[in-house]
Design a protein around this ligand. Sequence first.
Ligand SMILES: Cc1ncc(COP(=O)(O)O)c(C=O)c1O
Length: 406
Amino acid sequence: MIKNWYSLFSENMKDFEGYSIGKIFKYLNNPEIISLAGGLPSPDMFLKDEMRTISKKLLDENLEKIFQYTSVPGEKNLIDAIIYFLEKDNINVKDENILITSSGQHGLDLVGRLFLDPEDTIIIDRPTFAGAIVAFQMQCPKIVGVDIQEDGPDVESYRKKIEQLKKQDITPKFMYVVPDFQNPTGITISLKKREALLDLSYQYNIPIVEDSPYRDLRYTGETIPSIYSLDQQRKGNHVIGLYTFSKIFCPGIRVGFNIGPKEVIMKMSNIKGGNLLNTPKYNQDLCAAFLTEMNFDSHIKKCRNYYHEKLNIFLQTMEKYFPDEMGVTWTKPEGGLFLWVNVPEHIDTQELFYEAIKFKVAFVPGEVFYGENPSKNHMRINFSFATKEQLAEAVKRLSQCIKAQL
Ligand SMILES: Cc1ncc(COP(=O)(O)O)c(C=O)c1O
């Protein structure tokens, strides 16, 4: 009889604790709690009728194929639709540059598996997406974090860290960024900093992993070229792009795609063959129809208006219930689904979370968004899922909860 399963676990997995955000959801069972914690798009934006129609068509006309094993890299119809989708964003890729993934998290997992050996170094923002941290942590890298600024990464600090590492003969395997409306802060990287990151990437030969789930969800301001497209203009071939249908279509479908140099995509496809095999054809066909048959532009416009309105309600209520003397500040994103709230330094938001539950409101404590040395006085707020009325009420409850701590 095996008495100690732990002793049999691989070294990489022994101390791996999984996705930290997932652990707080068990506190949210009470329906009276207004949760601003998850990263959920609103089901109001699901294309319900269109999905019913396309599903029926797929089941009626193609049932035998959609429930069969299919190719590992992905379905041709979806790949073609993606090529056109990216062309509209000034990205020019061929089939060989695209791998269909079973969503963004899978895309991140493939990046970690492909590039990281234990003890390899990567550079990320402080804070950054917790799901990326957890995906990379499975390979036990050393994570170097650099504080993010209002307009994106602190590129000069990136440079200093890279120089410091160079003195120890270490070259980071990649830099990971979420340029548009970053999860968790809502911050967007300016054009100048996108170019500066590329300069760094070329100077030190470090690839950039650009994760773009929110790129289409811009509510104000001008679209900024993706780092991938800027790299293509400069003929660098230094960027790997990660995309998902989760936020603009629906997360339950679990489909996304990675783009990048042919040899990277081929290797990722080999890994996918080992860790997942094929992404369900049914789900891919729905995504292909989403891009080609579901009036994409008007859907995106609708999503933008809908989420913009929610963001405005949130920001306006924050102004009302968080006067300056409370010492609370927050980001004002131009898109996406999240914003970042900074509370006075003496408040630990992990502890505040349990107090907030008593006030029937929930957020994600900021510390899960740091790869190392977490900062404790922040919260991630999601404004896309709760109703408009709930959002206003949630801000009121948060304000009462934080006042009780001052
Ligand atoms: C920056 C970022 N990357 C990747 C993902 C993962 O997306 P998916 O739900 O498609 O796995 C998310 C989800 O919140 C995200 O915010």
